[in-house]
Design a protein around this ligand. Structure first.
Ligand code: BTN
Length: 320
């Protein structure tokens, strides 16, 4: 295979496919030793007509993307870097439905890790997966289609024109799960905030078994096509955010937030300029039936956020 990487236990399709109990997800697996980004590769495949459930998986990414234009570190052979192509049957894909898929993906990661590793990760709203206070998995959902409607990236809350979420033809769910990194494998920039399953468990984790479990779990939930508010009921038990003190950085261009802000400025909110983020602090008390996060802000108001970066206050008082 050209560009073959010498990694232990490569995530070869024939290994993952062996006795894989899925109906849709991962029936087709595209494996790459190295890609720019599995989301980018999956988008090209989606445009070329790849079937629903196609999984793009790579040993490493040279341009792995995170939310908010962050780079995603994808050390060769040490994580699960993959993208699942969904083609939901509903003709119109409301923004929150797309966000729902990412929440279900986060839940599938948690359940797979519980099953394979005996660890209990939790979901930081809306779809980061943490072990303790450190991030072990991130999810980047992107949509594409033919309309020119305005759309919101469910991962970032950013609103743009382009391939439209309004009648999206496909959704790409990109999952980055840190599996076998040691501390020194992470860059100094993320080292204090990131962890891996190996670090949490104290021994190497089999990536093939974990990938299979993850695909199987996501397949069975995806086939049920749960909608809000059922999705909320499913994910609530796994939430790291509920009951926590949080700081919310409001995404610029998140229209629903803008509307809420226009309705009244809450005390405790830090005003920001165009160059500065805006944030407020409060207690996360509920996940709303539509998936939004309900926060009692420090000014005594009640706010529902549908996008924006949420940080949880740790024991030492810092927000992580
Ligand atoms: C985040 O910022 O938390 C989201 C990270 C998502 C990373 C995954 S790795 C596989 C897929 N391909 C990408 O380029 N990004 C996602």
């Amino acid at each position: 295979m050209p560009g073959k990487l010498n990694v232990p236990e490569p995530l070869l399709p024939e290994e993952i496919s062996r006795e894989l109990r899925t109906k849709v997800i991962g029936r087709e697996i595209r494996y790459f030793p190295q890609v720019d980004s599995t989301n980018t590769r999956a988008r090209a495949l989606a445009r070329a007509g790849a079937p629903e459930g196609t999984v793009v998986i790579a040993e490493t990414q040279t341009a792995g993307r995170g939310r908010r234009n962050n780079r995603w570190e994808s050390q060769p052979g040490l994580g699960i870097w993959m993208t699942i192509l969904l083609r939901p049957r509903i003709p119109l894909v409301p923004l929150q439905e797309a966000a729902g898929f990412t929440m279900l993906a986060a839940m599938s990661v948690v359940r797979a890790v519980e099953h394979v590793c005996g660890l209990s990760p939790r979901i930081k709203w809306p779809n980061d997966v943490l072990i303790g206070e450190r991030k072990v998995c991130g999810i980047l959902a992107e949509a594409g289609g033919s309309s020119n409607a305005r759309y919101m990236n469910p991962g970032t809350g950013e609103v743009a024109r382009g391939p439209g979420m309004g009648n999206a033809r496909y959704i790409l769910v990109g999952i980055g799960l840190n599996v076998n990194q040691e501390e020194g494998d992470f860059s100094p920039e993320v080292r204090a905030r990131a962890t891996s399953l190996r670090l949490a468990r104290g021994r190497v984790v089999g990536r093939v078994a974990l990938t299979k479990e993850l695909l199987q779990g996501f397949d069975s939930i995806y086939l049920r096509q749960p909608r809000f508010p059922e999705i909320v009921e499913l994910i609530r038990p796994y939430s790291a955010t509920l009951g926590a003190r949080v700081r919310v950085e409001i995404a610029r261009g998140a229209t629903r937030e803008a509307t809420e802000r226009a309705a009244g400025e809450a005390a405790g909110e830090t005003a920001g300029s165009a160059a500065e983020p805006r944030y407020f602090t409060g207690l996360a008390v509920e996940i709303a039936p539509d998936g939004g996060l309900v926060i009692e802000d420090d000014g005594g108001g009640r706010r529902v956020v549908h996008s924006g970066e949420v940080s949880i206050r740790s024991a030492d008082g810092n927000y992580v």
